[in-house]
Design a protein around this ligand. Sequence first.
Ligand code: DQA
Length: 140
Amino acid sequence: MKLLILNGPNLNLLGKREPGIYGTETLESINAGLISYASARKIELRFFQSNHEGALIDALHESQEWANGVVFNPGGYTHTSVAIRDAISAIRVPVVEVHLSNVYARETFRHHSMISAVCKGKISGFGARSYLLGIQSFED
Ligand code: DQA
């Protein structure tokens, strides 16, 4: 199985960014943990992070060439991006929406996701573990 771990804007700042909400672990450290989980299970992971909407859309399109699934934290674009929603609808690869924080325990503008309805499912509120749960959602 091959999965894309896709991260949107500001997630490159994990570890330094609002640690009370997002924790102190960096994205590199989270990804390293995912690699050790996946490599023991013959799951191939590829990683991509961008602060740019179009680059995330390109990564979703390109995932069709190789991936069985996408674990996607779109960051703030979750709540705003029709274009990212359309990209998820356009591809045949299933996408699981993940968030470190529990978006429902936060500001009301975070309660609405543009993408949830076109995703396979959604995981929110488990910190770095949300990504692991996202990977596990693709396992048998
Ligand atoms: C986030 C939640 C979003 O509301 C926020 O804009 C982020 C991170 C999360 O992982 O909890 O950038 O997606």
